[in-house]
Design a protein around this ligand. Structure first.
Ligand code: MN
Ligand code: MN
Length: 302
């Protein structure tokens, strides 16, 4: 990792930190989720960041991967547990950070446990620490408070323009995992906590997509689909996107464009993830960079 890369990770982290702080401060019962997402996204842009993925606002038993759709009427319900997950990039270098707000005071212990699991896990990390050790700390904190981690959601290494760069960092002591945190690398660490089963499953709808790759020759696609593919891939590569970003320029054609890309296997789809026993889920996430032997929590300084 060179100085430019490090500085870009730090800048993305500060922007993401500020955007998340703002986002959690505007969650109110009855607020439109679309408006919350849009105002966080405009703040990211005005601070000089690009969106690494659409702002996710996942409520109650929806653990992750919900972003508002065009014209979304969803409002924050009474007593909701609201997770806001923000992704910023600067020149492709990503900050990925999340926090949970509860409008139900009785959920405070769940949120506290999850926040503390992340903090204690972070304290355990230095170059050479096993991913497993992070997971062990997270699981121990959560279980001591009467909760479970979500076993099938994990942290991940980050790379330029790549959110899931290969390494998987478990939120429990996974005996099959032997890898270690390495200097010169960036990671997103994200415990999810629940009083429920501790597993998520794919939900029935999709709000987040990405382009798998952009082939040199695509004979079978319509002109509209080619234009869309070119526009998204040239600006975002395979970073995820929301349909609401493109609905103004493509209008009702967008649905058929996505259908074509799906058929050609050029579309990645991220279904919403729902807790299997329909229990509420909390999440806290920070991005860290290991640089010259030190650990920097890029999304904690703002
Ligand atoms: Mn995230
Ligand atoms: Mn993440």
């Amino acid at each position: 990792m060179d100085e430019h890369e490090f500085e870009s990770y730090m800048k993305a982290g500060e922007i993401a930190c500020r955007a998340l702080k703002y986002g959690t401060s505007i969650v109110r019962e009855g607020a439109r989720v679309l408006e919350i997402a849009q105002s966080i996204e405009s703040m990211i842009r005005s601070l000089g960041g690009d969106l690494a993925f659409p702002v996710n606002i996942s409520i109650n038993e929806v653990a992750a991967h919900y972003t508002p759709v065009p014209g979304d009427e969803l409002r924050v319900p009474p007593g909701a547990v609201v997770k806001i997950d923000v992704g910023v990039h600067v020149d492709g270098y990503i900050a990925d950070t999340a926090a949970t707000v509860s409008l139900d005071p009785s959920r405070a212990s769940l949120l506290d446990a999850c926040r503390e699991a992340l903090e204690r896990g972070l304290q355990a990390v230095s170059p050479g620490t096993k991913f497993n050790e992070f997971g062990r700390v997270v699981e121990t904190v959560l279980k001591s408070r009467g909760f479970k981690p979500v076993y099938n959601l994990s942290g991940h290494s980050l790379d330029r323009y790549t959110i899931h760069a290969g390494d998987v960092i478990p939120n429990y002591r996974d005996i099959r995992c032997f890898s270690r945190f390495r200097d010169g690398r960036a990671y997103a660490l994200e415990p999810f906590a629940t009083p429920g089963s501790g597993l998520v499953e794919d939900g029935p709808y999709i709000t987040i997509y990405a382009i798998r790759y952009s082939p040199k020759k695509v004979r079978s696609l319509s002109e509209d689909a080619k234009r869309f593919l070119e526009e998204v891939y040239s600006t975002r590569k395979s970073l995820p996107f929301a349909t609401r970003w493109y609905v103004d320029s493509y209008g009702p054609k967008l649905e058929s464009i996505l259908k074509e890309l799906r058929k050609s296997k050029l579309l990645i789809e991220y279904p919403v993830l729902i807790e299997r026993s329909r229990s509420v889920v909390a999440q806290f996430e920070h991005t860290i960079v290991l640089y010259k032997g030190r650990v920097y929590v890029t999304t904690a300084q703002c």
